[in-house]
Ligand binder design. Sequence first.
Ligand code: ZN
Length: 199
Amino acid sequence: MAGYNVAPLENLVEQFEKMPGIGYKTAQRLAYYVLNLSKTEAENFSKAITDAHEKIHYCRVCCNLTDQELCPVCRSEKRDKSVICVVETPRDAMAMEATNEYKGTYHVLHGAISPLNDIGPDDLSVKELLSRLTADVSEVIMATNPTVEGDATAMYLSRLLKPMGLKVTRLAYGIPVGGDLEYADQVTLARALEGRNEL
Ligand code: ZN
């Protein structure tokens, strides 16, 4: 079908192709799927995208994603506010939640320190973390990924927090080195949480 080109369809394929893990063939399949949706379905789909963008923002306390002022964890009376688990991404916090082992709160950095990519502490929600460290907080768990960047971030924060008299711990290995927290299975992640060490 050389020369056969429908611009809006090509545009749709291009949008899908930008998504992580989506190659051209899959992008094409998804574009045809969208094309075959009813008008209402198509409107709901595009509204879901706009809604997510408009309504979701960072929790005022922990910087996790929420559509309210505070996220469900920060809102909950049952969570132990004296323990803060520092993670790189909202997906990492979700992975920790799935273990059902953790009853404290989170702090989402939205990345890790990476001099190679020009990402420093000011690009992360470090200031927000520091502003949470009142006398009520007793422990900060470093649950950044076990990668060079994740370890560097944990070390950086630990050096900052320990002089404040806080107990700073790091998730124990048990999760694959060089891996991503969000891909670890629940048992491995729960065990890593159990065996965390003080830095
Ligand atoms: Zn929160």
